[in-house]
Design a protein around this ligand. Structure first.
Ligand SMILES: Cc1cc2nc3c(=O)[nH]c(=O)nc-3n(C[C@H](O)[C@H](O)[C@H](O)COP(=O)(O)OP(=O)(O)OC[C@H]3O[C@@H](n4cnc5c(N)ncnc54)[C@H](O)[C@@H]3O)c2cc1C
Length: 621
């Protein structure tokens, strides 16, 4: 074991999307960090879809970047198909989606880790935890080696008690061909942490040369270079490839129905874990949405030089022979060669209501959980939690207060608050509908919301901060210029502007965009800032109203609930209210109000109790 591994202040267990962000963040904050992972050759494996971003997830990637995390920059270096989703809809739901070269992403992640001072990679599986006096002290590896550190971040993904399923084939695996983590589940249970079971699945991969793509609908990438990171050069790193869409048909669905008795989800009844509602298997789609005659299937390259196409929307755990027969029913797939059959994976998770919003467990000091272990699904959700857990493990090591992001600040704040106050009963994925302040939490303005926070905590370096200040100043100046500069009576496109109209008046019209007034804006402004000026002006009214809601919510967030409050002693509360509040232990009155089953009356009574307590404390002081 290297000496540096013995000196760690933070150990991160698991080199997936959550663990890598956590380890990079902790090390960048100046804390000696160990990343313990089963196979360092497979860090940040994209186990399922090659896609990063998309609706709501794209906002998460931008927020990770704005705070100083790695996912956006790593993705931009291997982007092979980038496209903005929801371009015809409002700016609050617009988001970038990128398909990454899968082996390239793993390579870039490994390079990023190797280049990070203060970060040591240890190969091995964490099997047990040493806890003394209610605080974590060490991780015990398979083979008996002990790694000591007062802060441990668990980011074990789908590996805890992992089992994979394909027909009646059941294997102990965390992912295809990789052994599960077995001891750690028992260790967590022994330490009093409850465990649940969830499930996810992946579709078959096919030989890219075996399809007749003329029978499909082509989905081209964006012709204009699109990148996630504010710091990435505005250029594509490599060739952009198309994707294709086909549809299932009655023959596909008949095969699913005829073979349900061979499905581990249905007839064989082998899978107990609950699967993701927003990413159902093809079996689930055919059974639960029987009225739909077709379902869309996405054919996506997995890399520039990969022999495979990923068959999105076709996740299945039916036996391999049935999968092949089903594929052959798709248009252009009559000669398809299946290179790897789909499968389902079932794994243990720890209910995230066990966590504080810092992602530290409430039972064991210094133990943090992030990623799929918390019941979420998706690379972006995992990476975002990893970043917060890594920051907070490092801050704890440095004796600093934890970073807790509010719901008004970010999708990351919404996700963590949902997890710790509401918990999960199915794999949690980020959706724009989960964010009540989504008009403020846009893809375009993640830097305005979070880069000052990233700077304050020490993750945004001088160069990134200077670039941010230039962007923010150019945006402010551009908006002021647009508000003040009159264009007179003019025709822009089909719109005739009244005499005395300003550029901002023009931009408030739904049919006029930044490109239409580009020549009227300061020449020094680049296209991205010009688009942001348009969005700021178009959204101004919504944002003003949104801010009023944020201010209202902030009042309840400002009322702290003491960590030692005995809810049972607040007898005015309903019995259910006392029980739920005691279990979740919200940190603020606002968080109490969001716990499912807590009534407005409970919230009002709790507010009165807290107010009286404050008055009593003041008078006795
Ligand atoms: C079959 C399959 C299908 C999926 N389908 C979807 C989908 O349709 N949609 C979607 O959004 N997401 C899907 N995912 C989930 C997606 O892969 C995860 O959400 C994401 O990778 C979670 O990131 P993570 O960092 O939490 O864990 P992972 O990416 O799983 O990484 C965990 C890492 O921890 C390491 N590890 C685990 N235990 C230990 C230990 N005890 N000691 C040391 N190292 C350990 C592993 O080697 C691995 O490197 C799927 C995953 C799988 C496996």
């Amino acid at each position: 074991m290297s000496a540096r591994a013995d000196d760690a202040a933070v150990i991160v267990v698991g080199g997936g999307h959550a663990g890598v962000e956590a380890a990079l963040a902790a090390a960048r904050l100046g804390v000696p960090t160990v990343l313990l992972t089963g196979d360092p050759q497979r860090v940040c494996t994209l186990a399922c879809n090659p896609s990063i971003g998309g609706s709501a997830k794209g906002q998460l990637v931008r927020e990770i970047d704005a705070l100083g995390g790695a996912m956006a920059r790593m993705t931009d270096r291997v982007s092979l198909h980038a496209r903005f989703l929801n371009e015809s809809k409002g700016p609050s739901v617009r988001a970038l989606r990128v398909l990454a070269d899968k082996p390239g992403y793993v390579r870039v992640a490994a390079e990023t880790i190797a280049a990070q001072p203060g970060l040591t990679v240890v190969t091995g599986m964490g099997e047990d935890l040493v806890v003394e006096g209610g605080a974590v002290r060490a991780v015990v590896l398979a083979g008996g080696t002990t790694l000591r550190a007062p802060n441990v971040v668990l980011a074990t993904g789908t590996f805890l008690g992992g089992k994979t399923f394909r027909g009646d084939e059941v294997r102990a695996e965390g992912r295809f061909g990789e052994p599960p983590a077995v001891g750690l589940s028992a260790a967590l249970a022994r330490l009093g942490l409850p465990l649940g079971r969830l499930k996810t699945g992946t579709p078959p991969r096919v030989d890219r040369t075996s399809l007749d793509l003329r029978a499909t609908i082509v989905q081209p990438p964006s012709p204009a270079p699109l990148t996630f990171s504010y710091a990435s050069p505005r250029a594509f790193a490599g060739e952009q490839l198309p994707c294709w869409i086909v549809e299932t048909n009655e023959r596909t669905h008949a095969l699913v129905r005829e073979n349900l008795h061979r499905s581990p989800l249905y007839g064989l009844d082998l899978i107990r874990g609950i699967g993701p509602r927003y990413c159902p298997s093809i079996e689930d789609k055919v059974v639960k949405f029987a009225h739909n005659p077709t379902h869309q299937v996405f054919v996506e390259p997995e890399g520039w030089d990969e022999p495979t196409f990923y068959i999105g929307g076709f996740s299945t755990s039916l036996p391999a022979d049935v999968q092949l027969a089903m594929l052959r029913t798709l248009p252009g797939f009559s000669d398809v060669v299946m290179l790897r059959a789909g499968y389902a994976v079932e794994y243990d998770f720890v209910p995230p209501t066990e966590l504080d919003a810092s992602l530290e467990t409430r039972r064991i000091a210094g133990l943090f959980h992030c990623g799929q272990l918390n019941g979420t699904s998706g690379y972006e959700e995992a990476a975002a939690q990893g970043l917060v857990a890594g920051i907070n493990a490092a801050r704890r090591a440095q004796g600093r207060d934890a970073l807790r992001l509010s719901r008004a600040s970010s999708y990351i704040g919404v996700m963590i608050d949902d997890l710790v106050t509401r918990g999960v009963d199915e794999p949690y994925r980020m959706l724009t509908s989960r964010a009540e302040h989504r008009v403020m939490l846009r893809h375009d303005n993640a830097d305005l919301r979070l880069t000052p926070i990233g700077r304050e905590i020490g993750l945004v370096d001088n160069a990134a901060w200077a670039a941010f200040e230039d962007r923010r100043d150019a945006l402010d100046a551009g908006v002021r210029h647009a508000e003040r500069t009159r264009v007179g009576s003019a025709r822009i496109g089909r719109t005739v502007l009244q005499a005395g109209s300003t550029i901002a008046d023009a931009l408030r019209r739904p049919d006029i965009g930044a490109a239409d007034v580009r020549t009227l804006l300061p020449a020094a402004i680049d296209d991205e800032v010009a688009t942001r000026i348009e969005i700021e002006i178009k959204m101004e009214g919504y944002v003003r109203r949104g801010q009023a809601a944020v201010d209202r919510a902030a009042r309840d967030e400002a009322v702290a609930v003491p960590a030692d409050l005995d809810f049972d002693a607040v007898t005015a509360l309903s019995r259910e209210g006392r029980e739920k509040l005691g279990r979740v232990r919200p940190r603020t009155l606002g968080a109490a109000a969001r716990i499912p089953g807590i009534t407005p009356t409970d919230v009002a009574l709790l507010g009165v109790h807290l107010h009286r307590r404050t008055l009593a404390a003041a008078s006795s002081a």
